[in-house]
Design a protein around this ligand. Sequence first.
Ligand SMILES: Cc1cc2nc3c(=O)[nH]c(=O)nc-3n(C[C@H](O)[C@H](O)[C@H](O)COP(=O)(O)OP(=O)(O)OC[C@H]3O[C@@H](n4cnc5c(N)ncnc54)[C@H](O)[C@@H]3O)c2cc1C
Length: 410
Amino acid sequence: MTAVIPMVKMRRATDRPGVAEFVSRCNAFVDEVLLPLERTFLQGSFRAMKPDLDRARRESRARGLWAPWVPAEHGGLGLTLPEYALVSAALGRSPLGHYACNCQAPDVGNMELLMSHGTDDQRARWLAPLVSGAIRSGFSMTEPEFAGSNPVHMETSAVRKGDQYVINGHKWFTSSADGAAFLIVMAVTNPDAKPHQRASQIIVPSDTPGVTRVRNVKTMGEAGDDWASHAEMRYENVSVPIANRIGDEGAGFALAQERLGPGRIHHCMRWIGICERAIELMLRHASRRLLSPGHPLGEKQVVQHWLAECKAEVEAARLLVLHCAQQIHDHGAKEARMHVSLIKFHTAGVLQRVLDKAIQVHGGLGITDDTPLAYWFRHERAARIYDGPDEVHKGQVARAMLKPYGIKAE
Ligand SMILES: Cc1cc2nc3c(=O)[nH]c(=O)nc-3n(C[C@H](O)[C@H](O)[C@H](O)COP(=O)(O)OP(=O)(O)OC[C@H]3O[C@@H](n4cnc5c(N)ncnc54)[C@H](O)[C@@H]3O)c2cc1C
């Protein structure tokens, strides 16, 4: 296994500030613009906050923070993956950070897909308005009836009829489908091919007849709305042009894998940002909460140990993720596959442990929505499941470790 090298190559272009300064501008944006919106976000609906969020988006543009990961030729700032990783952590300190700068999932993954594999027409029609923030999108792959952790196992079909695909299928956990202009649907186009070459990714405009958003699935007590939701979808005789397919027929699985490499860096660094914020909140609470006159909570050794343990876990995870980002940058997502799996399950676990300790330090306050801790605790439990459950990634790492010893994969 390659050793972890605590180093990020920070490219410094002459026409923009260095990355360290850029990250500090992101932190200032979060502190000045987004944290004041947080209480409203935690108490109400995402859609009701749209006017405030639109203002925040205008402000992020004005501050030169818009679409940081998108190459300049497509209208973004063109940060490299290791650079963007640092930005993702800074924005992760607020649940609204990525949305405000138009680098939120699932849109950012769909942008990447269209940038790498979209045709000129697809880019003009779908990528340009995504990058400008005029529309949103979703990625519709997981099906309720099939184990999502085996992505080649699915039933949704896309059958050729003239110059159209006719799509039929049932999906769920299509994040942010509510209000999305289009969905990228994974469907079987080549049922007789090898398992990894059966499916294709097809752009389906949301207003196509036969597309039904059945419901926003209630998760951890909340159905959510708009971008902050996960939909159950039905596709019934949905007819779209064959020209809406992204990449080659049967390449859907390969494209999905490609999308997940950088996507896991984005998520892991966002989780590091959440951990940083949780530690900030712990420090503030431990220093202000008096257990008796003149004796703040932070004097207790157990709290000091929790703080130290959280700090150690977060700093170690950060180095691991930055190392992985550099590996992807230098060698590509495929070569870095083992590192990607390592950070995915490890950082998700760190996130869960840090949030749990932060809530404990806050006592009853930690359970309320007066801080973002409970929101993250509810919604980021899923970090150990989406983009591959822990067990799948642990298996991937262990198989890579055992391979030189002649142990075959399960
Ligand atoms: C919040 C959230 C957002 C999501 N967003 C999207 C989205 O936008 N688009 C989309 O298409 N999907 C999305 N998903 C779906 C997600 O990708 C799947 O939930 C994930 O792939 C797991 O599939 P599953 O839920 O069917 O679990 P299953 O595959 O049924 O797995 C159940 C459990 O079995 C265990 N397990 C699975 N495989 C193995 C193995 N090989 N070895 C040992 N144990 C194993 C794991 O513990 C796992 O949690 C989202 C999910 C969540 C929770």
